[in-house]
Write a protein that binds this ligand. Structure first.
Ligand SMILES: OC[C@H]1O[C@H](O[C@H]2[C@H](O)[C@@H](O)[C@@H](O[C@H]3[C@H](O)[C@@H](O)[C@@H](O[C@H]4[C@H](O)[C@@H](O)[C@@H](O[C@H]5[C@H](O)[C@@H](O)[C@@H](O[C@H]6[C@H](O)[C@@H](O)[C@@H](O[C@H]7[C@H](O)[C@@H](O)[C@@H](O)O[C@@H]7CO)O[C@@H]6CO)O[C@@H]5CO)O[C@@H]4CO)O[C@@H]3CO)O[C@@H]2CO)[C@H](O)[C@@H](O)[C@@H]1O
Length: 536
């Protein structure tokens, strides 16, 4: 890496909390060695009150022979907004249909394409195995459809509660938790033996997806759902429950490995024995949730770079890769032929080093399922991070974007935390089109979709919503194009082939700032004045 210190474990200086093993805390990147661009106030004449032209308008003006459809789609990034977590209550009721309808119409008026919604396992199958009750979700889907919006639905096999922003508590079904009472090893377990009941280690989700498909056949036929986000772990993300607030984790603690149940212990023992090292055990010096890495032997003293450390991390990260592959394979079978795209949410903290790309093998795995890679933290800038955390979200997004594109996989994005300010919007806009809008040809770099977190009173406050509308316009929402019918997954890719994609490659260059800015500090000042005018 010439100019950018890539997000990697190996580059973490002592005491820094970034780049942890795949189950650790979520902010993985090392800061860039380049000065972070502070762009406040530089954007006059761009974003305010639509003084810029939308990507669509620019493409339409172009003199090159793009056809109309190409022009429209070339720079287009569809935008979705996440619905509230408890929109269907734990009692399986869509409580405030009238209120929601009003909000959805506001989104539609802001040219938003669609909404993302969790479909909670803990609600739909709460009464017993295979006793599904989809009624409230059908009402919700009908409402969204009537409002002219599309949907990204999340197959939420995980618990709601215990992550940042989880304002409601929706556990996994009681009957599953009852099984856990008699056999707690079905849950992820840390070294101290604490069980985590957010998500199961086993794939028991096939029937749920099949039932969803059968019950929602009419909505599928009407192409209401564009994406099926397949829940692959806590918060719906492909990860271990390695930084649970419910067990006392706070940012930026390093988190803990979650492999101490008897099944994973036996699996590791077998793998180590096959590798000629029956004496190898899990690391006993990897620290606790809120440690700083330098106080641990495994990270601080570079145990992770030893032969044994590498073996463990490879085994641990491969487990996650295989888990994702297996569940996506089931999802692919369940939704085969439907006009939907499978998607998978990812976060930070994978086995990603100076010389090892932790993301591209995942993208390669996704490629065989025609899956999309949905990444987080689009809104975050390095300069906003606590220096002690040594967190570099900008480089992380850049790396992930590049790795995913290199595998020819669709990339989508979300913001990690709720933000309604110009800096966040501008950063998101930069990340969705890292080299800006292209006038004459499709942009080389572009995300395929964007989901904004989250619908609610805060977003719909007059000032916030006004700015959001400018942002949505600059992302250039248009009518969503049809998704092609899902094809059957390609043949399984051997793990060795997947891991070949961990070779480190230079990320694609990103611009310093978006060409679709929603403005800067001065715009905020003017907005403050406008707010005093009641009818504005
Ligand atoms: O419906 C779909 C699913 O929805 C939910 O899951 C989503 C979840 O809601 C999302 O937040 C997101 O969660 C992931 C995320 O993608 C991962 O990146 C990661 O998040 C970590 C994050 O990357 C880390 O940086 C860190 O965040 C800490 C942050 O860096 C610190 O600065 C601090 O933030 C404070 C902030 O400093 C403070 O100023 C204030 O900020 C607010 C501000 O005051 C206010 O004016 C307004 O502008 O809003 C600001 C932001 O709220 O508060 C901030 C928050 O306290 O602390 C942060 C940590 O608390 O750690 C993050 C992990 O905690 O991991 C997340 C969880 O895995 O994406 C999820 C998936 O879509 C549900 O949980 C799911 O069940 C649903 O399926």
């Amino acid at each position: 890496m010439a100019s950018i210190v890539c997000p990697k474990l190996g580059a973490v200086p002592t005491g820094q909390r970034s780049c942890h093993q795949l189950e650790l805390h979520p902010k993985t990147t090392q800061k860039s060695t380049q000065p972070v661009a502070h762009r406040l106030g530089e954007n006059l004449g761009f974003g305010f009150r639509r003084t810029i032209k939308s990507p669509h308008a620019l493409a339409t003006e172009a003199s090159t022979p793009l056809n109309e459809n190409d022009k429209m789609m070339a720079n287009y990034v569809p935008i979705y907004v996440m619905l509230q977590l408890g929109i269907v209550t734990i009692d399986n009721v869509l409580e405030d249909k009238v209120g929601l309808e009003k909000q959805l119409k506001q989104l539609k008026g802001a040219n938003v394409d669609g909404v993302m919604c969790d479909v909670w396992w803990g609600i739909v199958e709460s009464k017993g195995p295979k006793e599904y009750d989809w009624s409230a979700y059908r009402v919700l889907f009908q409402l969204v459809q009537d409002c002219g919006l599309k949907m990204q639905v999340v197959m939420s096999f995980h618990q709601c509660g215990g992550n940042v922003g989880d304002v409601v508590n929706i556990p996994i079904p009681q009957w599953v938790r009852d099984v856990g009472e008699t056999n707690p090893d079905i849950f992820y377990t840390n070294r101290a033996g604490n069980r985590n009941i957010e998500y199961l280690t086993i794939g028991m989700y096939r029937d749920y997806m099949k039932s969803f498909k059968e019950t929602m056949a009419d909505f599928l036929e009407a192409e209401l759902f564009t994406d099926i986000e397949v829940g692959l772990g806590p918060a719906g993300e492909l990860r271990y429950p390695s930084y649970p607030q419910s067990q006392g984790w706070v940012f930026p603690g390093i988190g803990e490995f979650q492999c101490y149940d008897k099944y994973l212990q036996a699996d590791f023992k077998e793998a180590a024995t096959n590798a000629g090292h029956p004496e190898w055990e899990f690391p006993d010096d990897a620290g606790e949730y809120n440690n700083n890495p330098d106080v641990t032997g495994f990270f601080g003293s570079k145990g992770y770079l030893s032969e044994k450390g590498k073996f463990f991390l490879t085994w641990y990260s491969n487990k996650l890769l295989i888990h994702g592959d297996q569940i996506l394979n089931e999802a692919n079978k369940a939704f085969l032929g439907c006009k939907v795209k499978l998607a998978c949410k990812l976060t930070a903290g994978y086995y990603n080093l100076n010389d090892r790309d932790g993301y591209r093998p995942i993208a390669r795995m996704l490629s065989r399922h025609y899956g999309a890679f949905n990444f987080t933290c689009l809104e975050m800038r390095d300069s906003e991070q606590d220096a002690a955390a040594k967190s570099g979200p900008q480089e992380l997004v850049q790396q992930v974007f590049s790795s995913v594109k290199r595998e020819d996989v669709h990339i989508a994005g979300e913001n990690a935390l709720e933000r309604y300010d110009r800096d966040a919007y501008n950063q998101i806009l930069l990340n969705v089109r890292p080299n800006g809008v292209s006038r004459n040809e499709p942009p080389k770099l572009k995300m395929e979709a964007l989901t904004f977190l989250r619908l609610g009173d805060e977003l719909l406050k007059k000032k916030n919503f006004r700015l959001f509308k400018t942002f949505a316009y600059n992302a250039d929402p248009r009518t969503y194009s049809s998704v092609v019918p899902l094809e059957r997954s390609k043949p399984e890719i051997p793990i060795e082939e997947l891991l070949k994609a961990s070779e480190w490659l230079e990320p694609f260059p990103f611009d310093d700032q978006t060409d679709m800015s929603v403005g800067g500090k001065l715009n905020d000042f003017i907005d403050g004045l406008l707010d005093k005018i009641p009818f504005f």
